[in-house]
Structure formats: C-alpha cells, structure tokens
Design a protein around this ligand. Structure first.
Ligand code: 3HC
Ligand code: NAI
Length: 687
C-alpha cells in the first residue's frame, strides 16, 4: 500500500490513515486515496465501523488551493463525501492539528467527530474569497444555528477543540497522544449501542428556530457592512446560510454550489488565492537552503526609545524576548516606558492577555542609558533619528560593544545600509530590519540585505520575523526599500492631481472605492502634515499648509477641516492654498473620470514595482504585492499592485505610462520589463 493511504484493521473497526505532507490538502491523490480506502472498508464485511484520520502534523487542511481554476479531476470532493455520508457503517472523523475548509467539511459528513484536545477546526474559505463549497454552509447552521455559522464562516477563524465541543461540532475530545486509541474505543462504543446513524441533513431544530427570526440576515449584513466592504465572499456566505435556513437540504446544496462558482470565478478570489501563496513565498530565498541555520536569539536590545523603538520593544517583548531599551534622552525613555505600561495594561483590560502576562511583558523590558548595556545581546535594533552621521557613529560604537556574531540591525527607512555597515568590522552581521509604524501592530517586516550581509544573518532575521508573527519581505538596498519606494509615486501623483484641479476629496474617494482604508490626503491629515513634509524645502501645498499652522487632525485641520460637532469636510482654506500654488505652477486642469484618476495614481506604483524587480531589489513580483498589502493596507482583494496590473492588462498600464511620459518626461517611461511582458503577453506574477 502507498505511504499516502494506510488501512489498519483493529477488530471490526477499519482505520483509513491518510498522510500527504505538508498539510494533507485534499488534492486529487488524497481524494483517490480516501476513495479507495472507503471502498475497501465498505466492501469488507468484517469491518463494521470506519475511522478516518491523518498522519503528519494535521488533519486535512481543506481543498488543494492550487487546483482551483484547473479542470476538476475525479473523484471530486463531493463524490468522496457522498460515499461517507451514504455509508451504512458508522464513519468517525478523528481530528488532530487543524481541520480546515474541505477538511472540516469532510468531518461534518462523518456520522461522528472526535478531536484531539489541542486541535482547532473551522471554515476559513472566506480568506481565499470563497465560501465553504463542500456542504459546509448547509451543515454548520444545522449544528450551531445561523448566527454562529455566519460568524464562523465570514470571520474564518478556527475554533479550539474545547469550544468546538461546547458548540456541538464534535462529540468527544481526547488527549492528542491517545487519539487513535480513543477513536477505536469510541467506534466500539458506537457499535455496541447499535443506534441509528445520525444524519445532519435531516436535522432541522436549529434552522427552524432561525426561521422565526426573519430579520436575522438583514441585521447581520447591516452590522458587518463596513468590515465586508469590497469583499464578495461574506455576502455569498450570508446568502448560502439564508438558503440553509429557508430551503430543503438538497436545494440548499445546489444554491451553495452556484454561489461557490460565482466566487471562484471572481477577480477578488483570484487575488486572495494569489496572496495566500505569495505570503508563503516571501521567506523562500533562492540560493539559501535548509543547511543555513539561524543564530540563536535569546536576548535583544533596542536603541532609541521613540515612536519606532517603543513599538519594536513591544513586539519583541510580546514574543517573549528580553529587551534592553536604551535612549540617550532620559525623559524620552521615561515617557516611552509609561506608554509601554499603558499599552500592555490596556491589552489586559481588553482581555487580550491576563494581568500577569501584561506584567511579565513589561518586566521583560529593561531600560538603560548607555549602549554598553548591549554587550550581552544577540540582536540589537537601532531606531534613532534618520541621520546618516548619527547612525554611522552609533554602529561604530555598537561594533565595539556587541559580542561577536551578534546581529546588528538598523530600522532606517531610507538610508544606505551598506554605508552604515561599512563603518563596522563585521558588515556580514549588519542587516536592515525595517518595521512599519506602529511596529507592535503592523504585520510587515522588511528585511534589508546589505551587500555583505551573511546568509546566516538573513536566515536569523527570517526566523525572528516568524517568532514576531510578522510577514518578512526581503529587500535589497535602495532608497526607501520596497514598500516606501513603490508607494511614493502614488503620493507624488496625488499631490500633482490636486494642482491639476482635482479636489483632494476626489483623490481620496477614488482610493477608498478601490479598497484602501484611507485616501492619501486623509492619511496625511491623520499622521500630521509636518511629519510627512518635514524635509521639504521648496514651496508646496503641504509646506504652505504647515506654515499656516495647519498640521492635520492634531492641529487646525489639514486638507480637511475637523469641526467638533460635524464630520470632516473639504477645507476651503486648504483649497485656497492649492489654487494659489496651482496658479504659480501653471498646470493645465485635467478632466478625468474615476477610472482615469485611478490609473494616474496606480500605474506609477506598478512602474516603480517593475523597476524594483528589474534592479533585483525584490526577489519576486509577489513580494512587492505582499509588502504593499501588509505595509500600506493595499486591499487584499486586489492582490497587490503587480497582481492588479496583470488583471488590468499590462498593455493598458504601459499605454497609460506612455501617455504620462509624453507630457511629463522620462520619469514616467514604462519600465523595460513592463514593455516586454505587455508585448509578449507575459505576467508580472510569473516574475
Ligand atoms: N492547499 C494547497 N496547499 C496548501 C494548503 C491547501 N489547502 N494549505 C497549506 N498549503 C501549503 C502551503 O502553501 C505551504 O506550501 P509551501 O511549503 O510550499 O509554501 C505548506 O502547505 C505549509 O503551509 P503553511 O506554511 O501555511 O503551514 P502552517 O503550519 O503555518 O499552517 C495551515 C498550516 C493552518 C493548515 C495553513 O496552511 C492554512 O491555513 N492552510 C489553508 C487552509 C484553508 O484555507 N483551507 C480551505 C481551503 S479551500 C476549501 O477547502 C474549499 C472547500 O470548501 C471546497
Ligand atoms: P523618534 O524621533 O520618534 O525617536 C528617535 C529616538 O532616538 C528618540 O527617542 C531619541 O532620543 C533617540 N536617540 C537619538 N539619538 C540617540 C543616541 N545617540 N543614542 C540613543 N538614543 C538616541 O524617531 P522614529 O520615528 O522612532 O524613527 C526612528 C528610526 O526609525 C528612523 O531611522 C526612522 O526613519 C525609522 N522609521 C520610522 C518610521 C515611522 O513611521 N516613524 C517607520 C519606519 C522606520
């Protein structure tokens, strides 16, 4: 028998054991294995009950996401599940690890469910822009009721085994290390009882109760409208659950299938599936294999206790690292320690951790005033002011203080890491760890690989990102690295458009409609005009607004006014400044519809991304997508700028850039890579 399928017979119980690393996804080989196992045991008269379980680290992780969009090979999942539910022998799922998507739906087709007490289960298809398409939308409400089913399927978060038991999703729990024996005993007990087999299709108690609440669905839609904006999957899930409540099971299943196909064919799901694989690709660095082992990191140091240092210290301490936090300004250090305490206590008050955990996290951070305190650290992250001379002098000192092999990292946003590394005698240990603000929350960590950064340092940084639960994206050295560099052209274009007569609110609206949580001018008003424009010497709209004391939401408003008793509104004062500067620059007004505005704002981002790729700064196009999704909240259902460009058509992107270059010069000339791919019909996603 193959490694994938093992059949074990213990007395009159047959066990089907599927092992298909890494996560037992229900691809064609696994479906064939299951089908064969089921047929064998169903035909075997000596077998009276069947247990389905998995080898390896987890129960089935769902359908094989890589198969979507390709022709379906038989037996499909529905055929396998039909064999289970129509079995006249009891079938018991024994789950460990995670039972997700189609994997959990398989369990929901079994007559009984047993889970390891450490297991988790759920229907996370929504994160792929899909709905549970193997009966999940019809079966889950029959167990937990419509509201909980909606919550579980539109939220996509798995539930732990104890909660699953409470909800009635499983019949019994067992310690993980005795799951197999527990499944055997459970099966024997079921046989001994000789009771009729439960059939979820026939169960109506929960949905009958839901039928008495006709407003349930409209209320749910209303409550979640903001969260679901732009995502089609939650709406289709809601419709499928409505069908579960109002239609007989078979018709509900047909409705589920229609709604599933609709999503499968949607650009949003294609984008979200792209992001699923893109996120998992970022940690793979060509040329670096498993033989490169990371350095152990047990103690860390952070230099600079400002905005970033504070967030980095919080992120490190949350992940369990002891942190020595140094700042030359004792008041700044005191203030930061106060904020750290408040942040941790606030998290405890909201129930995100216990009071003891909060105290322990605070206690892991030790303040110090001198960087000689870093002598014992395995990793030091520098987050002082963005100034090359200062950073170089600090790295010289760190070189003298830090122990051999310690990783020396800079959080610089724009400076040349190689010049910083060059002042040390160990440039191989110097790396960029570019966090995004707030560093304890934002999920992106750009890892900047200097010319001399060693593979060990890189692998150690990748391991750190994993422990911090952040998504790493590896970047080469350039001005702004990947995310800041690629996004800068959108801001520049927004600044230009308002001088060409487009209202800031229209630029923001187009970005919101595209799916960004905020438009560029709303964002500047939030962050502060003085922060964004602090190095500008020339006269710009922004510098002029700052000169007038308009710093954004924090002071006098910015592009918008913020009246105390009314929503923010476009500011006539800001518009007067815009008009004045526009008159000075003499730019001709443009007449663009929303799509034209969007193309103007986003095509230069794609162009910069293509240059980043051409220069070898990013390892692959999808890393740029991940960087902008995780670092700049690029809407995940657009798949990032490079994926969006592929979907929009590279010929259209190139034509827009050509038109911009014709009036505005070389800076807008489409990158060679874009021109070539557009000509050859290639895709950025394949780069
Ligand atoms: N299909 C194909 N490949 C999958 C997969 C799936 N369902 N789930 C995981 N993988 C692959 C990953 O791409 C990765 O491949 P790589 O090593 O080549 O990069 C590998 O398995 C390991 O995955 P992770 O790095 O994510 O491993 P973790 O241990 O961190 O997490 C997991 C394991 C919790 C199972 C996580 O992989 C996961 O959440 N998987 C997706 C689960 C999911 O969304 N299931 C629903 C699928 S859609 C469906 O079932 C439709 C149905 O309703 C009809
Ligand atoms: P900040 O001004 O809030 O904090 C800098 C801190 O460094 C101050 O507390 C200061 O007292 C301290 N400091 C300065 N010189 C020092 C020295 N010689 N020894 C010890 N401490 C010293 O600055 P912020 O915003 O935290 O930025 C820090 C770094 O992070 C910069 O390089 C910046 O470019 C980068 N960065 C900033 C982001 C942001 O959104 N603020 C995002 C990503 C990176």
């Amino acid at each position: 028998m193959s490694d994938l399928l093992q059949i074990e017979t213990r007395g009159d119980i047959g066990h089907i054991v599927i092992t298909s690393p890494p996560v037992n996804a229900l691809g064609i080989a696994v479906r064939e294995g299951l089908d064969k196992g089921l047929r064998t045991l169903l035909d075997d008269n000596a077998v009276k009950a069947i247990v389905i379980r998995c080898g390896g680290r987890t129960f089935f992780a769902g359908a094989d996401i890589g198969e979507f969009g390709k022709p379906v090979q038989q037996p499909d999942l529905h055929a396998v599940l039909a064999r289970i539910e129509n079995s006249n022998k009891p079938v018991i799922a024994a789950m460990h690890g995670t039972a997700l998507g189609g994997g959990f739906e398989l369990a929901l087709h079994c007559h009984y469910r047993l889970a390891a007490d450490t297991a988790a289960m759920g229907l996370p298809e929504v994160h792929l822009g899909l709905l549970p398409g193997a009966g999940g939308t019809q079966r889950l409400p029959r167990i937990v009721g419509a509201e909980m089913a909606l919550e579980m399927m539109t939220g996509g978060r798995p539930v732990g085994a104890p909660q699953a038991l409470e909800l009635g999703l499983v019949d019994r729990l067992a310690p993980a290390d005795t799951l197999v024996e527990a499944a055997q005993t459970f099966a024997e007990e079921i046989l001994a009882k000789n009771a009729p087999l439960p059939d979820l299709r026939q169960r109506t108690d929960r949905i009958e109760a839901d039928r008495k609440e006709p407003d349930l669905f409209s209320a749910y839609r209303k409550a979640k409208a903001r969260r679901f904006k732009g995502f089609p999957a939650p709406e289709n899930i809601t419709r499928a659950v409505e069908a579960a409540v109002s239609l007989p099971y078979e018709q509900g299943i047909e409705r589920e299938a229609e709604l599933f196909v609709e999503l499968l064919e949607s650009p949003e799901s294609a984008a979200q599936r792209h992001v699923f694989f893109a996120e998992r690709a970022t940690a793979k660095v060509p040329g670096i294999g498993r033989d490169t082992t990371p350095q152990p990191l047990s103690s860390t140091g952070v230099l600079g206790a400002g905005t970033m240092g504070r967030g980095i210290a919080l992120a490190l301490s949350a992940a369990g690292y002891p942190v020595t936090l140094v700042d030359s300004n004792s008041q700044a250090l005191e203030r930061t320690l106060g904020i750290i305490r408040k942040t941790c206590e606030g998290a405890a008050a909201k129930g995100r951790m216990t009071a003891e955990q909060a105290e322990a996290q605070i206690a892991r951070i030790t303040p110090a005033s001198d960087l000689s305190e870093f002598a014992g650290c395995d990793l030091v992250i520098e987050a002082v002011f963005e100034d090359m001379d200062l950073k170089q002098s600090i790295f010289e000192k760190l070189d003298g203080v830090a122990k051999p092999g310690a990783l020396l990292a800079s959080n610089t946003s724009f400076l040349d890491l190689d010049r910083i590394a060059a002042v040390t005698k160990r440039p191989e240990d110097v790396i960029g760890l570019h966090f995004f603000s707030p560093a304890n929350i934002m999920p992106l960590l750009e890892i900047v690989r200097g010319e001399k950064t060693s593979d060990t340092a890189l692998v150690t940084a990748l391991g750190l990102a994993k422990r911090l639960r952040k998504t790493p994206v590896v970047s080469g050295v350039c001005d702004g690295f990947i995310a800041n560099r690629a996004m800068a052209p959108r801001m520049a274009e927004a600044d230009r458009l308002i001088l060409e007569g487009v209202a800031p609110a229209d630029v923001d609206r187009v970005c919101l409609d595209y799916g960004f949580p905020m438009g560029p001018f709303q964002m500047i008003d939030l962050v502060g005009l003085d922060v964004i424009g602090r190095n500008a010497n020339e006269k710009t709209v922004r510098s002029e607004l700052v000169r007038q004391g308009r710093l954004g939401q924090k002071q006098n408003g910015g592009y918008y006014d913020y009246p105390a008793d009314a929503p923010p509104a476009p500011s006539p004062a800001a518009q007067a400044v815009i008009n004045e500067i526009a008159a000075e620059t003499g730019l001709a007004p443009v007449d663009l519809d929303d799509d034209g505005l969007l193309m103007r704002l986003l095509c230069p981002v794609v162009n910069e991304g293509a240059r980043i790729l051409e220069e070898g700064i990013a390892l692959r196009a999808s890393d740029i997508d991940v960087a902008l999704i995780k670092g700049y909240n690029w809407p995940v259902y657009r798949g990032g700028p490079m994926f969006w460009a592929d979907q929009t058509g590279l010929d259209r992107i190139v034509a827009t850039l050509d038109a911009m270059a014709a009036t505005r010069g070389e800076a807008f000339k489409p990158a060679e890579l874009l021109v070539r791919l557009a000509r050859e019909g290639g895709l950025l996603a394949e780069q």
